[in-house]
Design a protein around this ligand. Structure first.
Ligand code: MG
Length: 255
């Protein structure tokens, strides 16, 4: 074997060895990259800036104001017969004839709404200061004067009517203002109309948690069991239950 042949044989042996090594490397499970803090820090998209109001019960910069104390221009009669005709006075409005609904329709949202039971304490159980907030025109968060007024638990203030009792009774006295902060996730439906995911709601009553992300069973019914029917975005409606409940400072943030 001359030198040239020897060199060629060595090179060939090296090539075989290198190929075997490369194949062995390829078959090995790749090592996970070394973890560094930056790997779990996401910068994009940047979180949107929202300017909170000086007073946290007032509308932040990205809210849609549904009632600012002046007029009911954001509302209409639920029955389709024109404008909302409930009376506005002293930065609030009082329940009048027939339900009213927002002109705008909503899906998922955060809603802030303040309400006061009638100054004159009258009636008992469901007859005292009854109104209600219908989320997507179907799912009622009960408004009722339950200050020293017993009624069925799943129908009192802060309940999802006849579906979920409030965790506690956080009522203020009649003539004092109550605050609801409601976080709502709309139900999703399949193309054939069947339920995909139910609606969910969280309710704070005067800053106290009364509904903790509960699952709605369908529209809140006075009689019978709830059953979902497919729907899209829908208004917020307020109930006329014949009692002069007052509302003020209403705003909503679409999610
Ligand atoms: Mg009601």
């Amino acid at each position: 074997m001359n030198n040239t042949m020897r060199t060629k044989a060595i090179l060939a042996a090296l090539a075989v060895a290198l190929l075997a090594y490369t194949q062995a490397q390829a078959q090995e499970t790749p090592k996970p990259p070394k973890m560094v803090p930056e790997m779990t820090e996401f910068w994009e998209p940047e979180v949107r800036v929202v300017t909170p109001a000086a007073n946290s019960t007032s509308a932040p910069s990205d809210a849609i104001v549904l009632f600012d104390g002046k007029d009911l221009s954001q509302w209409k009669a639920t029955d389709g017969k024109g404008e909302a005709r409930w009376k506005v006075k002293d930065n609030a409005f009082t329940v009048g004839k027939g339900n009213i609904s927002t002109k705008q329709e909503f899906g998922d949202f955060q809603l802030h709404i303040e309400w006061s039971a009638p100054d004159e304490v009258k009636g008992t159980s469901q007859g005292r200061g009854n109104s209600g907030i219908f989320l997507q025109d179907r799912y009622e968060v009960q408004v009722l004067d339950n200050y020293e007024n017993r009624t069925y638990a799943n129908g009192q203030a802060g309940s999802v009517y006849k579906q979920h009792r409030p965790l506690v009774n956080a009522m203020r006295k009649p003539s004092e203002w109550n605050v609801y902060d409601i976080i709502y996730t709309a139900p999703r439906f399949k193309e054939n109309g069947a339920l995909f995911t139910p609606a969910r709601v969280t309710v704070l009553h005067n800053g106290v948690l009364v509904q903790n992300n509960v699952e709605l069973k369908g529209p809140t019914e006075y009689i019978g069991l709830p059953e979902y029917k497919a729907h899209g975005k829908a208004p917020i409606s307020l109930q006329d239950h014949g009692n002069p409940v007052q509302y003020r400072n209403i705003w909503i943030r679409e999610l």
